[in-house]
Ligand binder design. Structure first.
Ligand code: NAD
Length: 497
């Protein structure tokens, strides 16, 4: 298709869909085919300023709207999301490349946050204590904080934005979303449905772009808080820049998650969980299992079974084949980076058991595919053991004991997730207490919390204090007032009720 026919993705500012003139456009691909499907306008400070002004204006009315009325819009939004569920999943697959089932999971997890936010009346309630001192009653209340911004990565085009804006908006704030420029289509459709649900104009805004938009959001005086999810390098940058400019910031970053298999693990369910964690979403998950630790005598059996399962995994064009079990990675740059780890692993002396460069003939030259890869004999100092690869590469290590597994795992500066597979409560307990990270699976491969709990990364996987979604999400998007009231009165209870 000639470039002129490729649609330009609009921005949403103050209830209007706009195509501001920008000098630069980012490519949106169907990663299964490498075809250009849309162009993202790379906005800058002027679009951020226009969105911030629209959001500030909308804040006055929206923050004064009773929570029950705000919840009413969220209930309608939830119905529309159900109604358009399959359509949304298809958009996710088209622009991100994950399988249709994985895309459904992406939309479903986001939808669950909308369901949580429907209960805002209960979630945002304060506390009260009569007679906190002589003649004095105490009450706390949670107030919205103003215009909030959300910056999201490419790997979950629906869910990650929905970790943020449904709760922020339910709390009475207004919002500016900056989706990944690689996957802007899902975010736009989600915002469009929110407007259709009755959200007043300016309450949600979508500004597209890259670093220039991110930096403008972190420095704009009219923005109170920034939520970020993406790589550690950018998370730290957003945290530093945003907090320097007086904003409340929560910034979730990258990860390097371990899967520890004990000799007493149940073999079939463990294999399913390991395969899902390592190769689901082509390994492009911040909760992906990246290191497989086969403890003691479990190692040989686990390696054999994972290698066999890889041979049965269908890697295919997710936009055309509903039977695809694994799709492509996001773009050519990602593919190149992942393949460089295959070379580095071989150079460092790890044993390549399954090589993702060997692809079915049907995928030759098409899209951005890397096949499921397995290394064995990976040592703690190797790049394979340390770096976030963010692709379908599983690195196997062979600790002799659980203690050694914990010691190796805890060397990582990241701290997102870790899982143990065992039938022993004692091992599970030792692991849960001894591992240094925020989300732990016991016989669960991807221990990503659902909407009711907060997504709780530690270390260099998270910068800030209050995490996204769950109760911490409500606390992040509100601030507390304490009201102490003194009404002098001689009243004393003189008898029981
Ligand atoms: P990324 O950091 O490249 O991009 C994330 C966002 O930051 C995008 O909106 C992008 O436009 C913007 N951005 C990119 N470079 C920037 C720069 N130099 N300055 C300012 N802004 C910039 O991440 P990605 O490649 O889209 O996503 C993959 C990463 O996200 C992985 O590291 C993954 O672990 C992480 N992730 C983390 C979580 C979590 O909850 N911890 C969840 C999903 C993804």
């Amino acid at each position: 298709m000639p470039t002129t026919e490729i649609p330009i993705v609009p921005m949403l500012i103050g209830g209007q869909w706009l195509r501001p003139a920008t000098a630069e456009y980012g490519p949106v691909h169907n990663p299964s085919r490498g075809e250009l499907i849309a162009r993202t306008p790379m906005g800058g400070p002027s679009e951020v300023d226009a969105a911030a002004q629209a959001a500030q204006k909308a804040f006055v009315t929206w923050s004064n709207t009773p929570p029950t009325k705000r919840a009413g819009v969220l209930f309608k939004y939830r119905s529309l999301l159900e109604e358009h569920f399959e359509e949304l999943a298809k958009i996710v697959t088209l622009e991100n490349g994950k399988t249709l089932d994985e895309a459904r999971g992406d939309v479903r997890r986001g939808l669950e946050v909308v369901e949580l936010a429907c209960g805002i009346g209960e979630l945002a309630k304060g506390q009260s204590l009569p007679r906190v001192a002589e003649q004095i009653d105490g009450v706390t209340m949670r107030e919205p904080i103003g215009v909030c911004a959300g910056i999201t990565p490419f790997n979950f085009p629906a869910m990650v934005g929905m970790w943020m804006y449904p709760i922020a908006i339910a709390c009475g704030n207004t919002f500016i979303l900056k989706p990944s420029e690689k996957v802007p289509l899902t975010a736009n459709r989600l915002a469009e449905l929110f407007l259709e649900a009755g959200l007043p104009e300016g309450v949600i805004n979508v500004v597209h772009g890259g670093r220039a938009v991110v930096d403008a959001l972190c420095t704009h005086p009219g923005i109170a808080a920034v939520s970020f999810v993406g790589s550690t390098r950018v998370a730290e940058h957003v945290y530093v820049l945003g907090t320097q400019h007086g904003k409340r910031v929560q910034a979730a970053g990258g990860a390097k998650n371990v899967l520890v298999v004990m000799p007493d693990a149940e073999p079939d369910s463990t294999l399913r969980a390991v395969m899902g964690a390592a190769y689901g979403c082509a390994g492009q998950r911040c909760m992906a299992g990246s290191i497989l630790m086969g403890v003691g005598e479990s190692a040989s059996g686990v390696r054999k079974r994972v290698a066999e399962a890889i041979d049965g995994l269908k890697v295919a064009d997710t936009s055309a084949d509903p039977g695809a079990q694994m799709g492509p990675v996001i773009d050519a740059g990602a593919k190149e980076r992942i393949l460089s780890y295959l070379e580095a692993g071989q150079k460092e002396g790890a044993q390549l058991v399954r090589d993702g460069r060997k692809l079915p003939a049907s995928l030759a030259g098409a899209g951005y595919f890397v096949g499921p890869t397995l290394f064995d004999d990976v040592q703690p100092g190797m790049k394979l053991a340390q770096d976030e690869i963010f692709g379908p590469v599983l690195s196997m290590m062979r600790p002799k004991t659980l203690e050694e597994a914990l010691e190796w795992a805890n060397r990582s500066p990241y701290g997102n997730g870790a899982s143990i597979f065992t039938t022993s409560g004692k091992h599970a307990r030792e692991f849960s207490l001894g591992i240094r990270c925020g989300m732990i699976g016991v016989n669960v491969g991807v221990p990503a919390p659902m909407a009711l709990f907060s997504f709780s990364g530690w270390g260099r996987s998270f910068f800030g204090d209050l995490h996204v979604q769950g109760n911490e999400g409500v606390m992040f998007y509100t601030r507390q007032k304490v009201v102490l009231s003194r009404w002098d009165s001689a009243y004393q209870r003189t008898q029981g009720w």
